[in-house]
Design a protein around this ligand. Structure first.
Ligand SMILES: O=c1ccn([C@H]2C[C@H](O)[C@@H](COP(=O)(O)OP(=O)(O)OP(=O)(O)O)O2)c(=O)[nH]1
Ligand SMILES: [Mg+2]
Length: 148
């Protein structure tokens, strides 16, 4: 899939998102900042990527996800847990960076702080009914099938 991308901040022009390996699902997103940003424990900061994409097809979306190394080792995850990029969004890709850990973390300029995954989307319509056809599960949920 070929996606239109715009460079909004020239400092990022030589570091466009790229797949780290041939099998990667995520494109690493870098912090388009010109000085380090310190995140105290519990603090959230909206970090710009300097980039905009236009998916331009309602059958696709992009998800911003944490990087496992940063999230697991340093507690650096996303303030919105997952970022959803609509196919008609043309603004800057922003990363809500949350230090959920116990120690101060410094984001360096151009650091890869999150990853972007392009996913297929189904836009649903609704068929209003009074009753559903019976299913195996019915209304059971939230542990109804047990743990063992
Ligand atoms: O981590 C994120 C999440 C969202 N967005 C952008 C792209 C997305 O298409 C737009 C709106 O996001 P969302 O629909 O999740 O936010 P909202 O709070 O519902 O805002 P809106 O009323 O603009 O839809 O913001 C980002 O840049 N980064
Ligand atoms: Mg929305």
């Amino acid at each position: 899939m070929n996606i239109d991308i715009k460079i909004l901040n020239p400092i990022i022009k030589d570091r466009l998102p790229a797949y780290a390996t041939t099998g990667s699902a995520g494109l690493d997103l870098r912090a388009a900042i010109d000085a380090p940003i310190t995140l105290e424990p519990g603090q959230t900061n909206l970090i710009p990527t300097g980039l905009a994409i236009h998916l331009d097809d309602a059958n696709y979306a992009a998800l911003i996800l944490p990087r496992s190394g940063l999230g697991h080792k340093h507690g650096i995850v996303l303030g919105n847990l997952v970022g959803l990029i609509d196919s008609d969004y043309q603004g800057e890709l922003m990363i809500s960076t949350w230090n959920r850990g116990q120690t101060t973390f410094t984001i360096e300029p151009f650091e890869r702080i999150a990853q972007l995954v392009i996913v297929p989307v189904v836009q649903a319509t609704f068929n209003l009914v009074d009753d559903f056809g019976q299913s195996d599960r019915g209304e059971g949920g939230f542990g109804s099938t047990g743990v063992k």
